[in-house]
Design a protein around this ligand. Structure first.
Ligand code: FRU
Length: 620
């Protein structure tokens, strides 16, 4: 399916369009085969049927019937007593199309509201859609996948459900960018098929034609996941620069005895002229090698008992970087995303620094040492672009498995955090990763308000931070402490009394972000304790989402220093804090009912000088 999505009209007009389209009903015939199966027949060439979705309805199985063995059932929460939104379901170019819908409790709302259409109105209708972060045009998104740079373009594939804004029907969605901030939405690149969901994975540019599809073909690796086949590693290649993919006819290329065996990361290891694949295998990472990208041989495993425990390993990545910029001193960082196991609950990204000899990863720290790539709650499944030469650019998914499916958006769910450039630095005989927003984000800065040497003998309040506040700005601040102990809060607040506090507390050596009063924090609280079924059918047990969302996160203030630099990016529903050149990073979602437009600097203790404060309005 290749949906052609035309953002046609505005929010209000679009809801009119949806209800005035019922004339198209005559173009379809719905026949009930029995209590649970209906066939929708479309009798004129049309691009889509538009399916009404109700997020709390049970999943129906919807299949385009072309007569091919490849016809795949999709799980769609078809409305049975309320319509939350519509999704397009693509048809073939034939004169007639048949779609089978299986659901024991289908009733009239579907039959009255299903529509035939040549377009789908994807105009934004969400106030919490970020302005300068990547989001899917519509539908659900989780992990970034297959990140690859080629011929001047960054390809961002991602876990995507085109049939609703909750997890399901994993495809690889696709967006492309020339500068990592302006993204163009493209049709899904790899679709769920009869082998299974297309789970996370990676892409390489096959520069030496190892797989024999031609020099510089993009070759991608993903996990195919289904109840029937389990989790098996598969390959697909693209002959048109990453737009469409052909699945390898002999898939799978790698299987195991494990239930959790997924998210293959492939990279070239030049010293031994071979490809390496890392696969997350329950509570460890397994390493394989190959010469032709098709035949993979096991080499080693790493991770059991390492880092935050207990945890489930997912989405590996591994990069080599110079320490403190010294090309003669390089180390490897193994990125291990874990869910659950995060410091503040749910999912999070940790990493290990060590050496790699082409066969095994040797960690340089004790098993119980934990290094977090980000100290917020909404940073997960972070992986890096391949083929970017010396730059290492990581893209996180900006949510948490604890509540990602019920955050207050509908037309789409989830954004990516800002792409971040990773570097390595040493401190106290240890080596860490720093993450900074890519330099390309500087061009988002539009207007600036600057303040110098702010006197903090009393609270300092900037009431109208930005004249036309669209909820998208950057705050850059540098402070010096004149006495060792201080406690400085930077508060972003609105006229409704909602606020986010970012506190530098030197006595406790912590930076804290508190979002407990940040706006909408009680989603999910109105119904019984939630049991959201996750993709592996692991039930998260009766989680109280108020406590999981309405909280603060903290990180150590790097090295107890006297001066600090902060860059804070706000984009409608997110706050990303980069402290001291990315030594500490914290990414958290917020859902304010009005954009924060007042900035308060509250000095609770000690003597602190704000040397410089810049507020930049950001837009594309
Ligand atoms: C991480 C993850 C991956 C898996 C994908 C499924 O968020 O659980 O391990 O491949 O999501 O969508």
């Amino acid at each position: 399916m290749k949906p052609i999505i035309i953002p046609i009209i505005s929010l209000f007009a679009s809801s009119m369009m949806l209800s005035s389209c019922s004339s198209s009903v005559k173009d379809l015939n719905i026949s009930k085969i029995n209590e649970s199966i209906s066939i929708v027949e479309v009798n004129k060439p049309s691009k889509y049927i538009l399916l009404p979705i109700q997020e709390d309805a049970q999943e129906s199985k919807v299949k385009l019937m072309t007569g091919s063995k490849a016809d795949t059932e999709m799980d769609v929460r078809i409305a049975n007593n309320r319509i939350d939104y519509y999704v397009p379901f693509a048809l073939t170019a034939n004169n007639t199309n048949k779609v089978e819908i299986k659901n024991p409790s289908l009733n009239s709302i579907l039959f009255d509201s299903i529509k035939v259409s040549d377009s789908f109105d994807a105009q934004n209708r969400e106030r919490f859609r970020p302005l300068y972060h990547h989001t899917p045009l519509y539908g659900w998104m989780n992990d970034a996948n297959g990140l690859v740079y080629k011929d001047g373009e960054y390809h961002l594939y991602f876990q995507y459900n085109p049939y609703g804004s909750m997890w399901g029907n994993m495809h690889w969605g696709h967006s492309v960018s020339k500068d990592l901030v302006n993204w163009e939405h493209l049709p899904a690149a790899i679709e769920r098929d009869t082998l299974g969901h297309i789970f996370s994975g990676s892409s390489v540019v096959d520069f030496n034609n190892s797989a024999n599809y031609g020099d510089n073909t993009i070759v991608s690796f993903y996990t195919s996941a289904s109840d029937k086949n389990g989790q098996i590693q598969c390959m697909a290649y693209s002959k048109d620069n990453g737009n469409t993919f052909t699945k390898y006819e002999k898939n799978p290329i790698l299987t195991s005895e494990l239930k959790d065996f997924r998210d293959p990361k492939v990279f070239w290891y030049a010293p031994q002229n071979k490809w390496i694949m890392i696969v997350s295998a329950d509570k460890e990472m397994r390493f394989y090698q190959s010469k032709d990208l098709k035949q993979w041989d096991y080499m080693s495993a790493f991770g059991k008992g390492y880092g935050a425990l207990p945890s489930q390993f997912e989405c590996p990545d591994m990069v080599e970087l110079p320490v403190d910029g010294n090309p003669d001193k390089k180390k490897w960082a193994l990125i291990v995303n874990i869910n659950p196991g995060g410091l503040f609950g749910g999912s999070a990204t940790q990493y290990f620094v060590g050496d790699f000899d082409g066969e095994k990863f040797i960690c340089n720290t004790e098993p119980n040492e934990v290094k977090w790539l980000d100290w917020g709650k909404d940073h997960y499944a972070t992986v890096t672009f391949s083929n970017t030469s010396d730059r290492v650019i990581a893209v996180p998914w900006m949510s948490n498995w604890q509540y990602c499916q019920i955050v207050p958006t509908k037309q789409f769910r989830s954004a990516n955090a800002l792409p971040r450039e990773l570097t390595m630095y040493s401190q106290d005989n240890n080596v860490f990763l720093a993450a900074n927003p890519v330099a390309e984000t500087l061009k988002l800065r539009k207007e600036t308000k600057s303040f110098n040497n702010i006197d903090l003998s009393k609270d300092y309040v900037i009431e109208s931070m930005l004249d036309d506040n669209q909820g998208a700005y950057e705050i850059e601040m540098s402070i010096t402490s004149l006495r060792p102990d201080y406690d400085l809060t930077l508060q972003l607040t609105n006229s409704l009394g909602e606020y986010v506090d970012i506190t530098l507390d030197s006595e406790n050596n912590k930076i804290i972000m508190d979002r407990s009063k940040s706006g909408i924090v009680d989603f999910g609280a109105d119904s019984k304790p939630h049991e959201i079924e996750n993709h592996d059918n692991r039930k998260t047990n009766s989680i109280n989402y108020i406590n999981d969302f309405a909280l603060g996160t903290w990180a150590p203030l790097a090295n107890n220093e006297k001066s600090h630099k902060l860059r804070i990016f706000v984009d409608r529903c997110s706050v990303e804090i980069f402290l001291d050149n990315g030594k500490v990073v914290m990414t958290n979602l917020v859902f304010p009912n009005e954009w924060y437009n007042t900035l308060k600097l509250i000095n609770k203790k000690g003597k602190v000088n704000v040397d410089e404060l810049n507020i930049y309005k950001l837009s594309l």
